[in-house]
Design a protein around this ligand. Structure first.
Ligand SMILES: [Zn+2]
Ligand SMILES: [Zn+2]
Length: 457
């Protein structure tokens, strides 16, 4: 395996992560011989996410799909990479992203406006689109995608991501970044009336004057943060301090995504029956396990230095009513509060978060703190045997059998609501196809993978 190419490939995905173009998912490949490519690994047990990739994680794959070298499986949609390299001799590198501005644009009937000089040449014709959120895993689907793409530099995969091709790794990264900037400017310009754009002639002239890719390659090497650290080992869930540590980590993740600050809370059953733990008030971004309080099923404060919040009674009610629930996450989010207030549903417009927003959201329609018995009973009734209940103008409760699931649902619901909102500013967002939703619901929920990825950030 070419060491230099493997290094540059791993770096490409790390930098794409740094630039917000990929998160847990996303992959890239580069041609290294007439019949051979290097590709970053797919999601599998132990495979590193983009921010933690190293050269020796990369796979060497023959264009017929057989893995020549590599310790992890290839991406599930590797058929796309292979079909592109087979059909387009000029393509030397491929990058698959889940970049948010392009995702929003892909969901509506609207073309990118060439508003920035760099990358204006990429969007002089409408970008091709393929699918409605399905993962392209078969050769027939991949060939159809290549056909749709023609000679274009990129293809939007609505409800999923973006594919960018180019003459090298710096080239695809730079193209993905330029598309994201054009998409962002297009969205920001939406209420500004007529704008002057870069014409085809101007775009071609600028592209011709452009320096080679060496500048970009040097720049990407300079900003490469290197492989990120592995997440901390899991605490022992059979001990009180281990469970408190899980609650503290959930709070850190939720704080990172802005859905908690200091008045929200996370709770978790203890191994000992009749007890649970709950986060106290305070900066949840810095909560330490020792600060988490234990409570009994009467709501009494059992241990911990800080008084548990009065909302513990709602959590207690949920734990008593739902033997299947081991963790509860309560958030105060932004986009996720706007939509119920408007009486609107967030549609499942992306694979990530689709299952969280797919079912109708039960809403307790009185802006209130849920202290007293009457609102508690009403909220509990609305929750029923479901995973989520929303309190209008207040927040949302997510319940699950694992804290990873409850935390991922909270982060993903806000993420998909923000994506939906971006797209709704641009037009009428199209949800995933039934086939894509079916595919997503059949997949193993990856909550623990997201959890590990977030903790490693
Ligand atoms: Zn993807
Ligand atoms: Zn609250």
């Amino acid at each position: 395996m070419s060491k230099a190419s493997a290094e540059e490939l791993a770096r490409t995905l790390r930098v794409a992560h740094l630039l917000g173009l990929v998160s847990l998912y996303g992959h890239s490949s580069v041609r290294v011989g007439p019949e051979t490519i290097l590709v970053t690994p797919g999601r599998a047990l132990g495979s590193p996410p983009p921010n933690r990739l190293r050269a020796d994680d990369v796979l060497s794959v023959s264009l017929d799909g057989s893995v020549l070298e590599g310790r992890y499986p290839p991406p599930r949609d590797i058929a796309v990479h292979l079909a592109i390299y087979r059909a387009r001799r000029e393509v030397e590198a491929v990058l698959h992203t889940h970049q948010p501005e392009m995702l929003a644009l892909g969901l509506v009937e609207r073309e990118l406006l060439p508003l920035a000089h760099q990358g204006a040449d990429l969007i002089q014709s409408p970008l091709p689109r393929f699918g409605s959120g399905e993962l392209v895993t078969t050769q027939a689907q991949a060939d159809a995608l290549v056909q749709t793409m023609g000679a274009a530099a990129a293809c939007n995969l609505p409800g999923h991501g973006v594919l960018v091709v180019g003459t090298g790794l710096a080239h695809v990264l730079c193209r993905a970044q330029q598309l994201e900037e054009q998409a962002r400017m297009t969205r920001l310009a939406i209420s500004m009336g007529e704008l002057k754009t870069v014409s085809r002639d101007q775009a071609e002239r600028i592209a011709g004057q452009r320096a080679g890719m060496e500048d970009f390659r040097n720049y990407y090497a300079a900003i490469d943060p290197g492989p990120g650290p592995a997440p901390p080992p899991n605490p022992d869930p059979d001990t009180v301090i281990g469970v408190k540590e899980l609650v503290a980590r959930s709070c850190h993740i939720l704080r990172r995504f802005g859905v908690v600050r200091h008045l929200e809370h996370v709770s978790h059953r203890l191994p000992e029956p009749g007890r649970f733990v709950i986060s106290p008030r305070g900066d949840l971004g810095q909560l330490r396990a020792e600060q988490v309080a234990s409570v009994d099923m009467a709501g009494n404060w059992v241990d911990g230095p800080l008084e548990p919040p009065p909302f513990r009674f709602l959590h207690r009610d949920i734990f008593l009513a739902r033997a299947d629930v081991r963790a509860i996450v309560h958030t105060h989010e932004t986009y996720g509060r706007l939509y119920p207030a408007a009486g609107l549903a967030v549609l499942p417009v992306h694979r990530t978060g689709a299952l969280v927003v797919r079912r109708r959201l039960p809403v307790y329609d009185i802006p209130d703190l849920i202290f007293d018995e009457e609102p508690r009973r009403a909220v509990l009734a609305l929750l029923g045997d479901g995973p989520i209940v929303h309190e209008r103008a207040h927040g949302t409760d997510y319940v699950a059998a694992t804290i990873e699931k409850a935390t991922a649902a909270a982060v993903h619901r806000e993420w998909i609501a923000e994506l939906y909102h971006r797209a709704a500013q641009l037009g009428t967002p199209r949800p995933l196809s039934d086939a894509a939703l079916e595919q997503v619901s059949r997949e193993e929920p990856a909550a623990s993978e997201w959890w590990d990825y977030w903790l490693g950030l």
